[in-house]
Ligand binder design. Structure first.
Ligand code: OAD
Length: 244
């Protein structure tokens, strides 16, 4: 492949699986043990905030026990040594940040952050008190402290950063690269990014454990563990691009 001018990367839960975080739709996936309507919708938060808070507190706490893996680190290397890149992630963990990714767009929100229900302001809140599943966290921005909700995009809500995502795809030219890693292709608008990138002439490359529903949108498909496949792929690309 010739050196692209720009790269857009999309990652999903599969890239963090080797760090020990459950994916959503696999056996033992998060959506096997929970009904989406009970924990990941605005209606669930309104009806039963205790259950939603418990679910997200467990996931927030889990961040303390995991580390980035070789696949996260390979994307950091691609950003540092390759052409201009935007990394869009559907993941709400902080493993890309901790691996050193700079140009990062977490389109489904972040577990580390909470959002004031009153003002909509976000704060990074990971203290021990903020990780208590029995007590809601309160904001420090309102005169009467207000309850905070997880800063997560729930089903029925609009993903974050859509303008930046559209702009990044619009900026892709013929021969640029769209790389997708570890996602089942079930959830839109993320699942449409590869097709959109291909329609403007980008080369679409997939790294995934098994074929996702949108496998037909990719020019190149690498099936395997992201932690094995991605470092080799990035290494090969960087060598190829430096030889030209
Ligand atoms: P899924 O659980 O739907 O899919 C994970 C994908 O990763 C599957 O296709 C697996 O084959 C693949 N996979 C698993 N382990 C892997 C590994 N070690 N290396 C490479 N691939 C691996 O997760 P997502 O597609 O990320 O949204 O889910 C998309 C969205 O649906 C999530 O962001 C979440 C969820 O509902 C919200 O909560 C808004």
């Amino acid at each position: 492949m010739l050196r692209p001018e720009r790269i857009v990367v999309l990652t999903g839960a599969g890239i963090s699986a080797e760090s020990g975080l459950a994916t959503f739709r696999g056996d033992d996936g998060l959506w096997e043990g929970h009904r989406i309507e009970e924990v990941a919708t605005p209606a669930a938060w309104w009806r039963d905030p205790e259950t939603v808070w418990r679910f997200y507190t467990l996931r927030r706490r889990a961040l303390l026990d995991v580390e980035p893996n070789d696949a996260h680190r390979a994307l950091t290397r691609l950003e540092r040594e390759g052409p201009e890149m935007l990394l869009i992630t559907q993941n709400v963990d902080d493993l890309h940040q901790r691996a050193g990714s700079g140009s990062l767009l977490p389109m489904h929100g972040q577990l580390r952050m909470l959002r004031c229900e009153q003002s909509g302001r976000r704060q990074e809140r990971m203290s021990e008190a903020d990780l208590d599943a029995r007590v809601f966290a309160e904001c420090t921005c309102c005169s009467t402290p207000s309850r905070m909700r997880p800063d997560i995009v729930w089903f029925g809500e609009i993903p974050m950063g859509m303008e930046r995502i559209h702009a990044a795809i619009d900026a892709l030219q013929h021969g640029d690269l769209c790389l997708v890693v570890g996602t089942s292709g079930h959830v839109h608008p993320a699942a449409g990014i590869a097709a959109a990138a291909r329609s403007v002439g980008a080369i679409t490359v997939l790294v995934n454990l098994d074929a996702p529903v949108n496998v037909g949108d990719f020019d190149e498909v690498h099936l395997g563990l992201a932690g094995d496949v991605l470092p080799e792929l990035v290494d090969a690309w960087l060598k190829e691009w430096s030889d030209v």
